[in-house]
Design a protein around this ligand. Structure first.
Ligand code: GAR
Length: 208
């Protein structure tokens, strides 16, 4: 068991970050959020961090539009190291992270994806599931590897797709499960019960 020292990267509303904050504040997750960074200057995730007095800042990722690379990646790594982060949590971070960040935090970069991987990687997983005609959709929390949404899976949670679903209603239903799944996955990591074994994440039984 060790208290996680978390750095969060996000781009949007930050509801997943909020679920992690809430779990910590409720004493349900042994962790501390040491730094939050967003690649969008007015992202709501930064407002949420400020409201909880969590150090936060905008990370300018130009000129790249879809990845974290070059000087921005270097800066990101040095800020995370300065903040003594040991676990990097991607919470709605809409960029591909590259080997530099993954090498700086080996096996310690986690992502949440709004689909049941390996189905529907990439953007708008819930819309992809709806357009495909799926009857079940969901969320995946996984370790990040060099591919896009391909890393070993820690937790998945499913939701039904309803007849009258729109992309918005389905995403809202998935998000309810995201807010359970992310704290759950981080709790497993904090407890030391997670071990990556090839493609599989082995979860040891809880110690009594
Ligand atoms: C979440 O639905 C998350 O799964 C998704 O972005 C949303 C962020 O919401 N992430 C991805 O699509 C990553 N490929 P939030 O800002 O409220 O946490």
């Amino acid at each position: 068991m060790s208290k996680l020292k978390i750095g969060i990267l996000g781009s949007g509303a930050g509801s997943n970050m909020q679920s992690i904050v809430d779990a910590i504040e409720a004493g349900e997750l042994d962790a501390e959020i040491r730094l939050v960074m967003a690649d969008v200057p007015d992202a709501k995730i930064l407002d949420r961090a400020r409201r909880h007095s969590i150090p936060c800042r905008y990370l300018d990722c130009a000129p790249w539009k879809t990845k974290l690379e070059g000087p921005a990646e270097d800066l990101c790594i040095s800020l995370l190291k300065e903040a003594d982060v040991d676990t990097v949590v991607l919470a709605g971070f809409m960029r591909i992270v590259k080997p530099g960040l993954l090498g700086a935090f080996p096996g310690r970069v986690i992502n949440i994806h709004p689909a049941l991987l390996p189905a529907f990687p990439g953007v708008h997983g819930w819309t992809q599931a709806l357009d495909y005609g799926c009857k079940v959709a969901g969320v995946t929390v996984h370790f990040v590897d060099a591919g896009t949404d391909t890393g070993p899976i820690i937790v998945q949670r499913a939701v039904p797709v309803m007849e009258d679903d729109t992309p918005e209603t389905l995403h809202a239903r998935i998000q309810v499960q995201e807010h359970i799944a992310y704290p759950e996955a981080l709790r497993l990591i904090a407890s030391g019960r997670c071990r990556i074994d090839g493609r599989r994440v082995r979860i040891a039984p809880p110690q009594s």
